[in-house]
Design a protein around this ligand. Structure first.
Ligand code: NAD
Length: 474
């Protein structure tokens, strides 16, 4: 990653600047706005873990940005770049993100400052469990308090360690499973969570591409089919987003990872590139690809849609001018610095902001939390009932028309919803509805010049209203 113009940049200040830009379009007093902006609770811990025959002191954080709704919600990141400013910024983004997609949580975020590739699985488990016990001790985790999820460097495996540690420290908590989301299905996870953020990114960009007037301004046609896409980061979010774009008919012309970038105007098969990476240890030298040893150059290649899905600040003052994409879908959190945002907005690029676009993860996490609290799988109660109802309807139509539907049609019509169907449709509805809400504000508020400001306005209006209704303690 190029760090040009990145040094001394405060991510939290960047988020606050964007907040301020939007706040003037909202009706709230400066006191309420200050309260929305501030991080409510910040935990920094340092704890010892035995690694080999040495003791290592691990630095970790959990930030609860807003208590206007509980629990707080947000991922846990394992990265050597973790610091308090970053975790605060990410927690704040979670508050706004939850508000935008109408998920009734406050924002939170956690981070452990480690390079997870340097540890064995057993060592990572020790670190994760010790971190969780610190959260329990400080009352920073619980189904009604604060509910972590996966983020950069973590996944279902880490979430199951967190759940197991929390449950063994809270043996009487019948809702213990709801203390963390993004769990394996066998531990109370929900189907569709793994791919949720990537799928949400796809649904969001697809919705943006469905408006003829917006596309015309960019010189593009509507729809995803045939659009040239570059994706940075082939982790959980980037991989799934790339797959859904490919399945939706887009051409994946560029892929970027740690080791560099590859580009081909004909488009790549994402799974074939991953198989090549597994076999050779690198995406570089994939058949027919143009190689860039400096991955950041991959961001600057010709494309219609650029999806940064790795880490923050990858597009900054130093490279924003060279970005050729007409649409940037912020799958990662904070991939553009405010300066880059300004430069690209001036160029007329449509920037679909992170706090909306990557909200698929938290949306499905919310569905998982509800599943855990209700102790029942989605679809269990209604699937058979729906199938019986549809069968009745088809029978009535057949007898009234004296015509028979084919066996295949009958099979399609009669299928009741499984958990995955309900999760996908809930996610699709959320991403479409929220995009339209943000776009309405963007189109109808004089002086609002970009989608990020519009998204912030939507979020501030909802969080501000909640604070006003809560009342402030005298
Ligand atoms: P991940 O760890 O699964 O994947 C990140 C990928 O980025 C890895 O493959 C890594 O090798 C790659 N990468 C790292 N540095 C890179 C670089 N300089 N150039 C190219 N690739 C690089 O993480 P993730 O969960 O996919 O998260 C990615 C981003 O999406 C983060 O900003 C995270 O905060 C955000 N996000 C994640 C979720 C989620 O549900 N996982 C939800 C919302 C937002």
């Amino acid at each position: 990653m190029s760090h040009t113009s990145k040094e001394n940049y405060s991510f939290f200040k960047g988020v606050s600047q964007n907040f301020d830009k939007a706040a003037k379009f909202t009706p709230f007093s400066s006191g309420i706005l200050e309260q929305i902006k501030a991080c409510n609770s910040i935990l920094q811990v340092k704890f010892p873990v035995k690694i080999g025959d040495k003791i290592e002191v691990i630095e970790a954080y959990r930030v609860q940005h807003s208590h206007h709704k509980l629990p707080c919600k947000g991922g846990i990141r394992f990265s050597i770049e973790v610091n308090q400013d970053e975790v605060m910024a990410l927690a704040a983004l979670m508050t706004y993100k939850c508000a935008i997609v109408n998920v009734p949580f406050g924002g939170g975020k956690g981070g452990i400052k480690i390079d997870s590739r340097k540890y064995t699985e057993f060592e990572l488990e020790k670190i994760t469990r010790r971190y969780t016990s610190e959260l329990v001790k400080k009352n920073f985790i619980g189904p009604g308090i604060d509910v972590p999820a996966p983020d950069y460097g973590t996944g279902a495996r880490e979430m199951s360690w967190i759940l197991d540690t929390y449950s063994s420290l809270n043996p009487n908590d019948i809702n213990a499973q709801a203390c963390v989301t993004g769990k394996p299905i066998s531990q109370g996870g929900v189907r569709g969570r793994t791919e949720a953020t990537g799928l949400g990114v796809y649904f969001g960009v697809r919705e943006a591409c469905s408006f003829a007037d917006d596309m015309e301004k960019l010189g593009l046609s509507t729809g995803i089919a045939g659009k040239r896409v570059i994706v940075q980061g082939l982790g959980n979010v980037g991989y799934h987003a790339a797959k859904f774009f490919q399945d939706g008919g887009a051409l994946i012309v560029g892929l970027i990872e740690y080791e560099g970038a590859i580009y081909n105007t004909e488009g790549f098969d994402v799974d074939a590139v991953l198989a090549h990476r597994k076999a050779t240890g690198s995406i570089l030298n994939y058949e027919g690809a143009q190689n860039f040893k400096n991955g950041a150059e991959g961001l600057e290649q010709p494309c219609d849609i650029l999806i940064p899905a790795a880490l923050e600040s990858v597009i900054h003052e130093g490279n924003a001018d060279r970005i050729q994409a007409k649409i940037i879908g912020e799958a990662a959190n904070g991939p553009l610095t405010p300066k880059a945002d300004e430069i690209l907005n001036k160029k007329g690029v449509l920037i679909i902001p992170d706090m909306y676009l990557n909200a698929g993860g938290v949306t499905v996490s919310y569905f998982e939390w509800l599943k855990n609290l209700s102790h029942v799988r989605y679809g269990r109660l209604e699937k058979r009932f729906s199938e019986n109802m549809y069968a009745e309807l088809v029978n009535i139509i057949e007898s009234l028309t004296s015509k028979k539907v084919s066996e295949l049609e009958r099979k399609i019509i009669l299928r009741g919803p499984d958990e995955i169907d309900l999760i996908y449709s809930g996610l699709e509805d959320t991403m479409i509805g929220s995009y339209q809400e943000i776009r309405e504000v963007y189109k109808n508020t004089a002086g609002v010049e970009d989608m990020r400001t519009a998204a912030f306005i939507c979020a501030i209006n909802k969080v501000g209203a909640a604070y006003e209704q809560l009342g402030i303690f005298p």
